[in-house]
Design a binder for this molecule. Structure first.
Ligand SMILES: *Cc1c(COP(=O)(O)O)cnc(C)c1O
Length: 381
């Protein structure tokens, strides 16, 4: 565990993002996606705040383990909890958790649907079915719709608690000829067929952040935002550039990542720096940050730049497990002290998006990659 290197999570910003989201989609209910430790922000404080302060009543995590952990950590709070992909139903021991911890498994195959309908223990679980409308990831296939319907009828099921699907490419511009548009058409077709077959559908959802930002597929009862509520656009680089704005909405990154200087000194061109000793290509001030790959800063991030006191420092040499060297201009030396704070990204979404764009990754990966050694510190401003 570190002390001064930390991910500061400003919960007031989560509230502001939520209010912006309400403007984008005023009528939909929210199924807040909090998988992978709430995108690295810490699942328990995020869910507690979202339930108590934002009145969000539905959450989606990815695995049964995350769901059990969340329920056990927040036993007194009322909310619906979905497991979006990995509920490990083949292990019979897990069935009791689904019931005892009031967990809604998202059923994405006929195999799982059969197992659930045939389980004496789980047959009253609210049925949440996910359909594959063209992503070829998880989901009941269109060709299996007829079989699904007969299976449900055979088990005298007439109410579907939730039907959902997932977009493969909502981070690109959605037009009437694009893939999400076709996926949504198929989803509406599935819904229509189910209704014609006498099923009552209580909830439905398909829009994730990229779709919500483009106000697409908001006709369903629910939306399923993840990244957007944490304050970041999920639109891809090209689309953001085309729009000439970082964000199609005014949300802010709820986190800032802070570290500090462990040591700094002047070096000369040709000096060897760190493991393997690559040579400095120019004179400068070498600054060691208390932040390395053990904290999540993989060597993938070797183009990272940090602005500090009007100077720009660039990663030099190999990132170590516990520290990273930045090369600042020689003049910066006079302005630095050991222990002073360095901000890797702040609340402006452009900072973290730039890191993602520079390294050809997505902001999701950056957030999920922050390791356990980095404490999450919660503030309400
Ligand atoms: C991760 C996920 C989401 C949220 O995606 P964002 O792009 O973060 O909004 C929604 N639905 C499902 C099924 C997911 O797996």
């Amino acid at each position: 565990m570190r002390f001064k290197t930390c991910l500061k999570v400003n919960l007031s910003k989560l509230k502001e993002n939520y209010l912006h989201l309400r403007e984008l989609s005023p009528t939909n209910k929210i199924l807040f996606v909090i998988k992978s430790n709430a995108y690295g922000h810490g699942i328990v404080p995020i869910v507690r705040f979202a339930v108590k302060e934002l009145n969000i009543d539905s959450f989606g995590c990815a695995s049964l383990g995350e769901a059990i952990f969340l329920r056990t950590s927040l036993p007194d709070l009322e909310f619906d909890l979905y497991v979006l992909s990995d509920f490990e139903f083949e292990n019979k021991y897990n069935h009791q958790h689904l019931i005892n911890k009031r967990i809604i498994p998202v059923i994405s195959s006929i195999k799982s649907l059969k197992l659930i309908l045939e389980s004496s223990f789980c047959k009253h679980i609210p049925l949440c079915l996910k359909f594959d409308t063209g992503m070829s990831r998880l989901g009941i296939k269109l060709s299996e719709l007829t079989e699904t319907i007969s299976l449900l009828k055979q088990h005298k099921k007439t109410t579907l608690f939730h039907i959902m699907s997932h977009f493969a490419s909502s981070s690109s511009e959605i037009t009437s000829s694009s893939a999400p548009y076709k996926q949504y058409e198929r989803f509406k077709e599935i819904k229509k067929t189910l209704i014609e077959n006498g099923f009552i559908i209580e909830r439905s959802s398909i829009a994730n952040s990229g779709a919500i930002e483009q106000k697409f597929a908001l006709e369903e009862t629910h939306i399923r935002p993840g990244l957007l509520l944490y304050g970041l656009s999920s639109l891809n680089k090209e689309f953001r550039l085309k729009q000439k704005t970082e964000q199609s909405w005014p949300g802010e990154n709820i986190s800032s990542l802070e570290t500090h200087i462990i040591d700094f000194y002047k070096i000369k061109e040709g000096d060897a720096v760190g493991y393997g000793g690559p040579l400095a290509h120019k004179d400068g001030t070498l600054v060691y940050l208390a932040y390395g790959y053990g904290d999540g800063l993989l060597n993938l991030y070797n183009q990272l730049q940090v602005e500090h006191k009007g100077f720009v420092g660039k990663v030099i040499g190999r990132i170590s497990m516990d520290m990273t060297a930045l090369l600042f201009p020689t003049e910066a030396f006079e302005y630095l002290t050991v222990g002073e704070k360095i901000i890797i990204w702040d609340h402006s979404p452009s900072k973290i998006l730039k890191i993602a764009d520079t390294h050809n990754i997505i902001p999701y990966e950056i957030l999920c990659g922050i390791s356990d050694r980095v404490p999450r510190v919660y503030i309400i401003s």
